[in-house]
Design a protein around this ligand. Structure first.
Ligand code: PLP
Length: 232
């Protein structure tokens, strides 16, 4: 884990590199709440957690007056109820059954949940997300839900040491994003393309992603507790 000084410098450098092209979301898995709040001191306004248990354990200590919280990891339907009133967006909607549960829990509380459709852009077997060819039909099936607002697309491209290899995937998802924006009549909510992580956020932003999710490039290498060692 980096020092506070390093974290501050990384945030400032990345914001300068992005130069307003994309919003910076800090992926804060394994990062203690006090450091997350320190990131808020450095001007960060948006964070994402990707495990329900971890989100719940840190939730009270996170400064919600300054930080908006998104859920960015794979989400099991039976855990939706724990986070529905704690996050303002779910990036990882990849099945109708998950969407149904989000609708049910949001309706119960009389709230609306903003979501992104997760696309498995490289068709990797090990990854969740729907096939890019199925985006429109999946989107259509989500429009029936009164308490869900679909705001765009999210993807996690393959891990690579050569970020230029992922340019093709960022271009492909951007194309789908703008195709849908042109086709959907009521498109005022269709605004977010969430792609790009520590190794490739610049490539993603150059290809039109307007939200990048960055963790280790700010906080340093993650140290997972034993119990979480199975995390992807
Ligand atoms: C961890 C995580 C990130 C950030 O990963 P880094 O490579 O550390 O930047 C982004 N998106 C999701 C969904 C993550 O789980």
């Amino acid at each position: 884990m980096n020092s506070r000084q390093e974290i501050k410098e990384n945030i400032e450098r990345i914001r300068a590199e992005l130069d307003g092209r994309a919003q910076l979301l800090l992926a804060t898995k394994t990062v203690p709440a006090e450091l997350i709040n320190y990131a808020a001191d450095c001007g960060v306004t948006l964070i994402g957690e990707n495990r329900v248990d971890e989100l719940l354990s840190k939730y009270d200590a996170i400064d919600k007056t300054r930080l908006e919280l998104h859920f960015i990891g794979h989400l099991q339907s039976n855990k939706v109820k724990y986070i529905i009133d704690k996050v303002s967006m779910i990036h990882s909607v990849d099945s109708l059954s998950l969407a149904k549960e989000i609708e049910k829990q949001a309706a119960k509380r009389g709230i609306n949940m903003r979501v992104l459709i997760e696309i498995n852009i490289a068709g990797e077997e090990s990854k969740s997300g729907i096939a890019i060819e199925e985006t429109e039909s999946f989107l259509q099936s989500l429009l029936q839900f009164e308490h869900i607002t679909v705001c765009g697309l999210m993807t996690i491209p393959p891990k690579t040491d050569r970020p230029e290899e992922n340019l093709q995937f960022f271009q492909k998802i951007y194309q789908k994003f703008i195709d849908i924006r042109a086709k959907i009549v009521d498109n005022e909510n269709w605004t977010i393309l969430s792609a790009g992580m520590s190794g490739d956020y610049l490539q993603a932003a150059a290809c039109g992603a307007n939200l990048v999710r960055v963790g280790s490039a700010v906080f340093g290498a993650r140290v997972y507790p034993q119990a979480q060692s199975n995390e992807k």
